[in-house]
Design a protein around this ligand. Structure first.
Ligand code: NAD
Ligand code: WQD
Length: 353
């Protein structure tokens, strides 16, 4: 494996073998497709806490490949170690985590236990198996309320408003400390903004359980009649139309950003923080109207009260990703809305038949 890594480094081979922890989920499944399309191999580990094996079967069908995959809890060190022994990899992408902001307020201990423990276990098992590269799913939430948009990677991290956000904040710290101590380690902290959309085939997409917390699944479930009416959370913010501004990014662009990140991870050591966003803010009403226009339908919505914890404005400066990774988002809001709806229409009940 060490030889293989060295050859990678010299540019003599450029296909990597990447372990996706939490790879059956929304972002992981799209990243699997992009990695395979770029000539890399993937191995997936997931406990299906918020996903199912059907997503992997769909990725296999889309890419015409077989993907080694294991139903393993990343916190289970012995089971994870067995996967590393059986499936040597060059790099890990760590998607495995609980991510519902509201639920994290109700169940903080479960969030800290799962998110922190998966990270520690991965780091231990990586070290024992001489895997030195990790790309981590962080979040714009670590900028907190103190920093004004556009958000730059050089800004000091802020104060999070919920346990979910704090887990991301802490995991960034843990990974940075690990890289400081172990000079062989290559850590890329990717701070995602608001991923939406789906693969244009409509065969993989976001499949939230129960009532969606996030905007786009709520919009598409309203359009299909599963929800009666979208409530726009707050119409009196200090923004051009009174609704919150966010940096929505097509999940396929985000996935391609991961391909660039794993390739970049081979060429350097230490920690890099990189925003994955478009740099362009849109309001909630922009999303509603773009969804109506792209899909030629009418959406039932009303303006309601603000949601606790929401920031008025949150968007990235996306220059570093362009400079360092040679990556920038290519897909526009219309693509995001069309592809979200295409997935919803083809899979009214998500992956459940
Ligand atoms: P997701 O829930 O669809 O995917 C996460 C996957 O991790 C799921 O398949 C889940 O079953 C798995 N998982 C959770 N705990 C596990 C464990 N202990 N062992 C094995 N597998 C486990 O979420 P997603 O939207 O694909 O997000 C992926 C990552 O990106 C998460 O870490 C999330 O916090 C982060 N993130 C997501 C967003 C977003 O808006 N979707 C934004 C910023 C950051
Ligand atoms: C977007 C906008 C809502 C639902 C969250 C996490 C963040 C990151 C991404 C993981 C906001 C409004 C929403 C609805 C609405 N996740 N909205 N009606 O809150 O920007 O970010 O997901 O790291 O950490 O906090 O995303 O999709 O929930 O909301 O009006 O029914 O849509 O107020 O302005 P958010 P979201």
């Amino acid at each position: 494996l060490e030889n293989r890594w060295y050859n990678c480094f010299k540019g003599e081979i450029n296909n990597m073998r990447v372990l996706l922890a939490g790879g059956a989920g929304y972002i992981g499944s799209h990243t699997a497709v992009s990695l395979i399309e770029a000539g890399h191999e993937v191995v997936i580990v997931d406990n299906y806490d918020n996903s199912c094996a059907e997503a992997i079967a769909r990725v296999e069908a889309l890419t015409n490949t077989q993907i080694p995959h294991y139903e393993v809890d990343v916190k289970d060190k012995a089971a994870l170690d067995a996967v590393f022994k059986k499936e040597p990899v060059d790099c890990v992408i760590h998607f495995a985590g609980l991510k519902a902001v509201g639920e994290s307020v109700e169940k903080p201990v479960a969030y800290y236990r799962n998110n922190i423990d998966t990270t520690l276990t991965l780091l231990e098992v990586m070290k024992e198996n001489h895997v030195n590269q990790i790309v981590f799913s962080s979040s714009a939430t670590v900028y907190g309320a103190e920093n004004a948009s556009p958000l730059y990677e050089t800004m000091k991290k802020g104060t999070c408003t919920n346990p979910y956000g704090w887990t991301k904040w802490m995991m960034e710290q843990i990974l940075s400390d690990a890289a400081y101590a172990d000079k062989d380690l290559s850590v890329i902290l990717l701070r995602y903004f608001n991923p939406i959309g789906a693969h244009p085939s409509g065969t993989i997409g976001e499949d939230p359980q129960g009532i969606p917390n996030n905007l786009m699944p709520y919009v598409s479930q309203t359009a299909i009649g599963k929800r009666e009416c979208l409530t726009v959370f707050g119409g009196d913010y200090d923004t051009p139309d009174g609704t919150c501004l966010r940096d929505y990014i097509h999940v396929c662009d985000l996935a391609e950003g991961h391909v660039k990140a794993v390739e970049y991870a081979q060429t350097r050591k230490g920690v890099d923080i990189i925003n994955l966003g478009t740099g362009t803010p849109y309001s909630v009403l922009d999303i509603v109207h773009a969804f109506e226009k792209a899909n030629n339908l009418k959406l039932n919505y009303k303006i309601g009260p603000r949601r606790e914890g929401d920031l008025a404005v949150c968007f990235s400066n996306a220059d570093k990703a362009k400079e360092v990774l040679g990556w920038q988002a290519k897909r526009n809001l219309e693509d995001m809305c069309r592809d979200s709806w295409n997935w919803q229409k083809q899979n009214p009940n998500g992956y459940k038949k």
